[in-house]
Ligand binder design. Sequence first.
Ligand SMILES: Nc1ncnc2c1ncn2[C@@H]1O[C@H](COP(=O)(O)OP(=O)(O)OP(=O)(O)O)[C@@H](O)[C@H]1O
Length: 240
Amino acid sequence: MEKLLDLQAISKNFGQQLVLDKINFDLIAGQIIGLIGPSGAGKSTMIKTMLGMEKADQGEALVLGHHMPNRYVLGEIGYMAQSDALYESLTGFENLQFFARMKGLSRAEIPEAIKHVSQVVELTEHLNKFVSGYSGGMKRRLSLAIALLGNPRLLILDEPTVGIDPALRRQVWKELHQLKSEGVGILITTHVMDEAELTDKVGLLLDGKMIAFNSPIALKSSYGVNTVEEVFLKAEGELE
Ligand SMILES: Nc1ncnc2c1ncn2[C@@H]1O[C@H](COP(=O)(O)OP(=O)(O)OP(=O)(O)O)[C@@H](O)[C@H]1O
């Protein structure tokens, strides 16, 4: 099975602080992996390092078999950062159009692609409003819609469901599972433990160490608990 993401013994320091400590991680096509861990554990740094936005001090990270940054790979993945990078003075539609062109979608493909991703995040009615007038949750939804544009093989989503209400969150997960069934690989960070239950595998990051990396069922059984939330709490408690 092709590894869409392959991290081998990645370490990263910020000054004296060791933020990632020999992280091993991989993700294959059709797999959804959740990355969980307390605030400051290193989740965003891990993502930025694999994407080449931060430089690893040690180890190797491959995305679709390439070192990042790589232009070809950027066209094949959908990345949603933790903070929204949107054009506030443009409408939602214009943002989607801009990023669709950036991703190389043809003029003919763009309207249908925008229609689809807008429906997934329920923004269709708000597409003609300026993003400056969007709520925080609407901006998250627009960022997610942008990440979904262009049929990416790999989605990397950093807290995509923050500020999204439960009904829409459910719809987003339905879409993620649909994409999974089409062979898309998905890495998602979340603070919502119910979401972690919906993944194939969970990576538990604590103080820059991947202290567990397994299916929700296997994790719950090895920690002797009933929910991923309890795994998280127990793991945190044990190491304190
Ligand atoms: N550019 C930077 N310079 C210095 N320190 C940084 C930088 N980016 C992150 N850090 C530090 O690295 C650690 C990990 O941060 P990171 O953002 O990866 O955590 P996280 O797990 O994503 O947290 P959260 O769940 O709150 O988003 C934190 O202690 C943070 O202060």
